[in-house]
Design a binder for this molecule. Structure first.
Ligand SMILES: Nc1ncnc2c1ncn2[C@@H]1O[C@H](COP(=O)(O)OP(=O)(O)OP(=O)(O)O)[C@@H](O)[C@H]1O
Ligand SMILES: [Mg+2]
Length: 166
């Protein structure tokens, strides 16, 4: 399991980090997001969607009520929010496995309930460090996700030394 920890200092920076990852995704992937209420999971997901090619004019909103929203980018994006699920079995009712590994990208907020159900994934745990400061603890399982994590880190470090992702 490869790990990478970093901090962001604003909503914009978290979106840029998500964008940076989204822009590198070139094959189906599961992204597991966890962390406190308001940690920035939706913000990160929105940036990832833009990086994956979901157009600016398409709103990427929290799927808290719908449980899942799908978008067309370079790959299809399925954005889940499992906050309201209490039993892992409900995942089956939701049809989540129909999307996985599938041909698209699944980004799953409140993914803790999902842990152990996937063998290959990129996981990001987000927590508050200050009003605008967030700690992101990133980990990869499986060779594709591991490779992606390494490319993401390299790209982010290169860009944050320069102009940023946008
Ligand atoms: N560094 C930061 N990264 C992300 N969001 C930040 C940051 N600093 C402040 N914020 C604020 O924190 C909030 C993050 O909200 P967001 O909906 O993305 O969180 P969430 O983890 O998806 O919440 P929920 O658990 O309700 O789904 C926003 O209001 C955003 O402006
Ligand atoms: Mg959210």
């Amino acid at each position: 399991m490869e790990r990478w920890n970093l901090s962001t200092g604003s909503e914009k920076e978290t979106m840029e980090l998500g964008f940076c990852l989204g822009a590198l995704i070139d094959r189906p992937l599961i992204v597991l997001l966890s962390g406190d209420l308001g940690a920035g999971k939706t913000c990160f997901s929105r940036g990832l969607a833009r990086g994956l090619g979901v157009p600016e004019e398409v709103p990427v909103a929290s799927p808290s009520y719908t449980l899942m929203n799908s978008y067309n980018g370079r790959l299809e994006l399925h954005h889940f929010d499992l906050y309201r699920l209490s039993e892992p079995e409900e995942l089956l009712d939701l049809g989540l496995e129909d999307y996985l590994p599938g041909g698209g990208v699944a980004v799953i907020e409140w993914a803790d309930i999902f842990t152990g159900l996937a063998r290959q994934y990129l996981a990001v745990h987000m927590s508050h460090q200050g009003p605008d400061q967030r700690l992101l603890e990133c980990a990869a399982a499986g060779s594709c996700a591991l490779n992606l994590l390494q490319r993401w880190r390299r790209q982010w470090l290169r860009q944050s030394a320069g102009a940023g992702c946008f």
